[in-house]
Design a protein around this ligand. Structure first.
Ligand code: HEM
Length: 126
């Protein structure tokens, strides 16, 4: 794959205007409240401790197909291509290299679509 093609991987079909990333600390408790059930809060998904605002995508809302990820750091589930609630956990370091690559690809995918609004407080798995 050429370098140019590589850079374009996971680009959204429609360009997305992103804000500068924030590194505000976000507690797991606050994150869990941002799962789409409270209309006064954004919908957040964290990957490897980095928190993305996915509010504009109804897939993460209460009726959405990926609601299971909302308000969590589901790094493990993303790496494993799993939608099981019990896999929606932040720990990923014991996974195999292929799964870790899949996780990094999801990180790239999200970073091209969603604003980074903070970091999960106490996350050690950057
Ligand atoms: C029957 C199996 C599945 C089908 C048909 C399917 C279909 C899709 C489609 C059509 C999209 C939208 C792609 C786009 O916007 O360009 C998508 C996105 C996505 N899928 Fe799946 N999917 C399946 C299984 C899974 C599984 C097992 C996972 C678990 C990791 C998963 C995680 C995601 C995520 C995180 C997104 C990104 C949503 C976003 O844009 O924020 N999917 N899927």
């Amino acid at each position: 794959m050429s370098e140019q093609t590589e850079k374009k991987r996971f680009e959204p079909k429609q360009p997305v205007q992103l804000d500068p990333p924030k590194d505000d600390p976000i507690t797991m408790e606050e994150l869990s409240k941002c799962d789409g059930t409270d209309p006064n809060r954004p919908i957040l998904v964290a990957i490897k401790g980095t928190v993305f605002d996915v509010t504009r995508n109804p897939a993460y809302g209460p009726q959405g197909q990926y609601h299971v990820f909302a308000g969590k750091d589901p790094s493990r589930a993303l790496a494993m291509s799993s939608l099981k609630p019990e896999d929606c956990r932040p720990d990923w370091y014991d996974l195999d290299e292929k799964e870790k690559t899949v996780l990094d690809e999801w990180y790239t995918y999200f970073s091209k679509r969603y604003n980074i609004v903070g970091q999960v407080q106490g996350a050690t798995n950057k």
